[in-house]
Design a binder for this molecule. Structure first.
Ligand code: R5P
Length: 290
């Protein structure tokens, strides 16, 4: 096997190659003045199984196309099998027609990757597992929540209350609970499909005087975590922390979250940022050897 670290996940790809003891194929990558991407493989991939490691956080359209270009280059130069390792899978939240007239964006992404030569996909904490059925090849999601919970456990937060900001994320909190050994619960979140505005119902959760860690898959604008943190404070939580797998952190998301009373935001290098304190490399390298 060889790893091809894409421009959006160069460090993560190199870490994975190092852990596996395999070659990281270097890539010549540039953006033309008009914005088009150019890729060229420098190493050989003939008769090799290759894994392209490239996240698709913003600018997601460009990064998705880069995955496709790298896959095409690998296929054209004789790669035997191509796995796309896409830690943050863009468009996964638009997996059905919610309002009349919409596209199913993730299906378009799946067809594009297939056409480019991808044979299988590994992603991390995809928003809804049902999304994987849209891919015309084997597609799998793995969870980084135990790694995030482990980070907090090592920092002395054993028995902290693991909170999910909505019922769809409850399983994340349950997974964290198995590592932290405390309790878990969730809030009722509603999002207006037209305005995107979110509201949360105050639920009687027993968090008074406790440390709460909010677990979510994605932090985009920070609105969800900020609202959940405020709710926790109102319910008397002593300390509030936030953990997420994919820190998109759009605009002033981080400021919003910290102003809502969150002490620390911890995320993975699915999306490289200064809060990416937990690496996915061990998890993904294990997955690639399965
Ligand atoms: C949605 O249900 C996801 O799990 C996240 O809660 C959401 O994407 C976070 O978005 P934002 O940070 O903009 O509230």
């Amino acid at each position: 096997m060889k790893i091809i670290p894409g421009p959006a996940s160069k460090q993560l790809g190199e870490k994975i190659a190092k852990l596996l003891g395999v070659e990281a194929v270097s890539l010549v990558f540039k953006t033309y003045p008009d914005g088009e991407s150019y890729v060229r493989l420098e190493g050989k991939v003939r008769d090799e199984e290759v894994a392209i490691v490239q996240t698709t956080s913003p600018p997601q359209d460009t990064r998705l196309l880069q995955v496709a270009l790298i896959a095409d280059a690998a296929r054209r130069h004789g790669a035997e099998k191509i796995t796309a390792v896409v830690p943050y899978l863009a468009y996964a939240r638009q997996d059905q027609v919610f309002l009349h007239g919409e596209a199913i964006s993730i299906e378009v992404v799946a067809r594009m990757l297939k056409a480019a030569g991808v044979d299988s996909l590994i992603t991390v904490n995809v928003h809804q597992e049902r999304v994987l059925a849209k891919f015309p090849f084997p597609a799998k999601t793995v969870s980084a929540v135990p790694l995030l919970a482990q980070y907090f456990k090592q920092k002395g937060f054993e028995k902290a209350f693991a909170l999910a900001p909505d019922d769809g994320a409850l399983w994340l909190a349950e997974e964290a609970k198995t590592v932290l050994g405390g309790e878990c619960g969730y809030l009722e979140k509603h999002r207006d499909l037209y305005t995107g505005k979110i509201t949360m119902e105050m639920k009687a959760l027993d968090v008074g005087g406790k440390t709460v860690i909010i677990f979510d898959d994605v932090v985009s604008t920070g609105g969800t975590i900020a609202l959940a943190a405020r709710t926790m404070r109102e319910l008397g939580a002593d300390r509030v922390h936030a953990a997420c797998v994919h820190p998109l952190l759009i605009g002033d998301a981080e400021k919003r979250i910290l102003e809502a009373g969150v002490e620390e935001i911890v995320a993975t290098d699915s999306v490289p940022s200064h809060v990416s304190k937990v690496s996915l490399a061990p998890l993904l390298s294990r997955e690639l050897t399965r």
